[in-house]
Design a protein around this ligand. Structure first.
Ligand SMILES: [Mn+2]
Length: 432
């Protein structure tokens, strides 16, 4: 007898891979772990009859001579298969897209770094020319989408996308898919959210409304970031923090969400040893006193409100400028020497225009290089004040399609903010 099984808390990739294995190895009995993720549970509630799924208790493991493992390479992640682990006469086939080393020693294996496990199995199924019906195509596509975040996660390979295309050709139904691929808001998430709402306290720090909440959790709870997001939305506060304490493991996870520029969650979490974006971030702390964590967050929020990142922190200065009467030839030389793509043009201390490399395309004759820069410069200059935020700068750059913003204070140019300064701000705060 040969069986196929997969990891506990089975997801769509794991379930699809099990079903694909029964097609690749006819006669194989699919043995599903007792715990499956909430999305798969909902899917199976309707589709169960289509597959002859068994649980570990339903099969006599002594009769098994071949074990096919999909989507994991670890005995600990299998459900009640320990009896087989000790058997020396057992043949094991392994399909796994996780590159980390596991402890299942297989006689034959297909292990590649791929976005989803089912992608590799689709490659094998294509060779057998077995037809895929729309229902199977939908299930397999759910596997790819779930593991690659709809083809957006960095682990996604070109082959995952080709496999997704192949499944759509075979009738995969995106409407059915979206019904089952909801974010995992299950009982545990609901329970955590309700507890947070029960003892929610709103406070005002430096004019912004903040809610910091502490919750004890047991074991691992998925999707806490989603819970904090919902919590912030329901309370309608500017920023919300969840401190999730796991007493057995002596650690706590801090997750934050911010809805305003003034509270930069990424930099707050960075101070706690974590990371994130301006709008969302998290940090993991071990062996800490929860009261101290709460105080730390309050202090950081306060500090962040006063000293949130401003344009004056990001801009480059001193600024190289040219005079409106400078000749184009001279300006070309300065641009080349400084290695920049554009320069502000001034008259006295007043900013009157911008000259960029692009403007040099308007120069048709050599004699025009002797003309003053004011004949070619762009006078519609978009500027920004030093106290504005990086998000406001980015919005201006997008709106006016410009790559540099002179920073102007009292009509005087004090710095320049380039696209790359802004990018540094947005991307340096991302977690590893
Ligand atoms: Mn997987």
């Amino acid at each position: 007898m040969q069986i196929v099984t997969t990891h506990k808390n089975t997801d769509f990739d794991a379930l699809s891979s099990m079903i694909a294995a029964t097609m690749l190895y006819p006669g194989t009995v699919p043995v599903i772990p007792k715990t499956v993720n909430p999305n798969v549970k909902a899917f199976l509630a309707i589709h169960k009859d289509l597959f002859d799924l068994r649980e570990c208790g339903d099969v006599d493991l002594d009769k098994v001579n071949r074990l096919i493992v999909v989507d994991t390479n670890n005995w600990q992640r299998l459900d009640r298969m320990d009896k087989l682990r000790k058997r020396s006469d057992l043949e094991i086939f392994l399909w796994d897209h996780h590159v980390a080393k596991g402890n299942i020693a297989a006689a034959w294996s297909c292990q590649e770094s791929m976005g989803s496990n089912i992608t590799m199995m689709i490659r094998a199924l294509k060779k057998t020319a077995k037809p895929l019906n729309p229902m199977l195509s939908t299930l397999f596509l759910a596997g790819i989408y779930e593991d690659t975040g709809n083809l957006t996660f960095p682990n996604c390979r070109a082959e995952d996308a080709y496999a997704a295309g192949f499944l759509l050709e075979n009738g995969a139904d995106l409407a059915v898919l979206s019904t089952f691929l909801r974010p995992a808001y299950g009982e545990r998430q609901k329970e955590v959210l309700f507890r947070m709402l029960e003892n929610a306290k709103r406070i005002k720090i430096g004019g912004v409304s903040v809610c910091v909440n502490r919750v004890n959790i047991k074991g691992h709870v998925d999707s806490l970031a989603m819970v904090v997001r919902m919590f912030r939305e329901i309370l309608n506060v500017d920023a919300a923090f969840g401190i999730f304490l796991n007493q057995e493991q002596e650690r706590c996870i801090v997750i934050g969400r911010s809805n305003i520029d003034r509270i930069d969650m990424g930099s707050i979490m960075k101070s706690l040893g974590g990371g994130g974006h301006p709008g969302a971030g998290s940090a993991m702390l071990t062996k800490v006193n929860p009261d101290a964590v709460e105080t730390m967050i309050m202090n950081l929020v306060e500090g962040n409100c006063q000293g949130s990142v401003q344009i004056s922190d990001l801009m480059s200065f001193p600024v190289f400028t040219v005079n409106s009467t400078d000749k184009m030839r001279e300006v070309a030389r300065v641009l080349k020497e400084k290695g920049c793509t554009g320069l502000p043009v001034i008259e006295g201390e007043r900013l009157v225009g911008i000259i960029s490399r692009k403007d040099f395309r308007k120069v048709k004759k050599d004699s025009q290089f002797d003309a003053p820069v004011k004949a070619f410069m762009n006078t519609a200059v978009v500027t920004i004040e030093p106290g504005k935020s990086p998000v406001q700068a980015a919005n201006l750059m997008v709106k006016h399609d410009v790559g540099r913003l002179p920073v102007v204070e009292d009509g005087k140019i004090i710095g320049i903010l380039t696209r790359s300064d802004t990018m540094t701000y947005f991307y340096d705060l991302l977690p590893d």
